[in-house]
Design a protein around this ligand. Structure first.
Ligand SMILES: Nc1nc2c(c(=O)[nH]1)N[C@H]1C(S)=C(S)[C@@H](COP(=O)(O)OP(=O)(O)OC[C@H]3O[C@@H](n4cnc5c(N)ncnc54)[C@H](O)[C@@H]3O)O[C@H]1N2
Ligand code: MOO
Length: 424
């Protein structure tokens, strides 16, 4: 058996980041930006009005009051998006909407509420011929480039693209961003005994639950899940899916068929290829693990062959697949241990439990408050009555984290320190 660390290192040594792509903004959401982004255009792109009202010369209306309004001739109407602009000279005004370009000659805007004109939708009404101004103009002019000028750095390379980063990119002239794309993660599960969720069970059959688990994890961890089906134990089915669908995925996860059974289809099909190695890893659950790299032309497609037991699938995914996904999408580097580490917290056992000798245990746990003396220590107890056995899928929803127990520990006693791994 090899250790968890040895297997993880062997996996990560064969994982390479996906090539950088220039992606349309909405596709870049959640991806890692690889370069600084600088503004291509001014923001705002032109002087424009901050208010619905009248563009005027400030000097014309400096003395205007409600009782002594200033009368101006209206020389035009400027909705947002207008291209032809009237010239505003002394004694004149142009009706203007928020965001519309300030017309030549004007240097200020009087909000419509400070005039004799009604506020609100124009209802097809043209601008009036004259307007009475009741107050001096505030500036209400938003100057070109007052937010950002071309060449200013607006996004720093290395960040995770958030919705507001998309708004910044769009407003500064970018339709695409240079990112590492989301990993398209193909998911296929195997087993003649599996029945789609919700369907009636025949003798010896069980509900399929690994597909939904893996597709959901992929989605939640920022990959693009690609369902490749629930396959039976016939080698031809698996060969066929691999031949047809490899082009559409960046990595693959399979479940089932990797231990010592007579019908272990994944091992039977992939083992002889030589590119996929099947090893026993000193962990529980998740002992039998397959990993290798298939090729779609020149393009490497890592494949993770996880054991079929559902709790093993969950644990194996978090321990081996999740760090690989982060490397592929540029969020972690294989040579930077800190970037790869899951979120680990210090915990203390709220009760005792057994751990298999010689295997590192990843046991689903629920929280039980914090330690009386040190409230940074999370108290944890197994979330399933029967502990860390790998078939206890129905109890998986009750888990809030995984507690990690070293391989040499055979039993955990109440009050023992444990490492708590946060999981989605
Ligand atoms: N002689 C040995 N037998 C087993 C060994 C061993 O070393 N020697 N290892 C055991 C361990 S540990 C594990 S883990 C399992 C792994 O088995 P496989 O990966 O070959 O998986 P299957 O046999 O196909 O399934 C195991 C178990 O999980 C259920 N299953 C499978 N797929 C699904 C699914 N998609 N949804 C829900 N449940 C699923 C399946 O019905 C089995 O009960 O091998 C041990 N045996
Ligand atoms: O290693 Mo297996 O996942 O315990 O049942």
């Amino acid at each position: 058996m090899i250790t968890v660390e040895e297997h993880r290192a062997a996996v990560l040594a064969q994982i390479t980041p996906l090539p950088v792509r220039q992606l349309p903004l909405t596709e870049a959401l959640g991806c890692r930006l690889v370069e600084d982004v600088v503004a291509r255009v001014e923001v705002p792109p032109f002087d424009n009005s901050a208010m619905d009202g009248y563009a005027v010369l400030a000097a014309d209306v400096a003395d205007a009051t409600e009782s002594r309004p200033v009368r101006l001739r209206v020389v035009g109407d400027i909705p947002a998006g207008a291209d032809a602009l009237p010239r505003v000279g002394p004694g004149t005004a142009a009706r203007i909407m928020t965001g519309a370009p300030i017309p030549p000659g004007a240097d200020a805007v009087v909000p419509v509420e400070r005039t004799d004109q009604p506020a609100g939708p124009a209802d097809g009404k043209d601008a009036p011929e004259e307007v009475l101004i009741h107050a001096p103009a505030g500036s209400h002019v938003r100057r070109a480039g007052e937010d950002v000028t071309p060449g200013t750095q607006v996004l720093r390379g290395g960040r995770t693209v958030r919705p507001r980063d998309l708004a910044t990119a769009a407003s500064t002239g970018h339709g695409t961003l240079p990112v590492r794309p989301r990993v398209r993660l193909g998911v296929l599960t195997t087993g003649d005994e599996l029945v789609a969720p919700g369907e009636p069970l025949g003798p010896g059959q069980i509900p399929e639950s690994n597909n939904v688990l893996l597709l959901g994890l992929a989605e939640q961890l920022g990959a693009t899940p690609v369902p490749l089906g629930i396959l039976g134990d016939r080698p031809s089915e698996l060969r066929d899916v691999l031949a047809r669908r490899l082009g559409g995925v960046d990595a693959l996860v399979t479940t089932g068929g990797v231990s010592a059974g007579a019908y272990d289809v994944v091992k039977e099909v992939l083992g002889p290829l030589g590119d996929v190695a099947f090893r026993a890893v000193a962990m529980q659950p998740g002992k039998p693990q397959g990993f290798g790299v298939l090729h779609d032309g020149e393009r490497p497609v890592p494949i993770f062959c996880l054991p079929g037991n559902p709790v093993s699938v969950f644990v194996s995914f978090m321990v081996f697949v999740e760090p690989a996904l982060r490397v592929m999408s540029g969020f972690a580097r294989p040579d930077d241990a800190d970037s790869l580490r899951p979120l680990l917290l210090d915990g203390v056992a709220a009760t005792g439990w057994r751990s298999p000798p010689g295997r590192c245990q990843y046991i689903p746990v629920a929280f039980d408050g914090t330690d009386e003396e040190d409230d940074h220590l999370l108290r944890v107890r197994p979330s399933a009555e029967r502990g860390s056995q790998s078939h206890l899928v129905a109890s998986l929803a009750a888990a809030e984290a995984l507690a990690i127990v070293d391989a040499e520990v055979e039993s955990v006693a109440e009050g023992d320190a444990v490492t708590v791994m946060m999981v989605p």
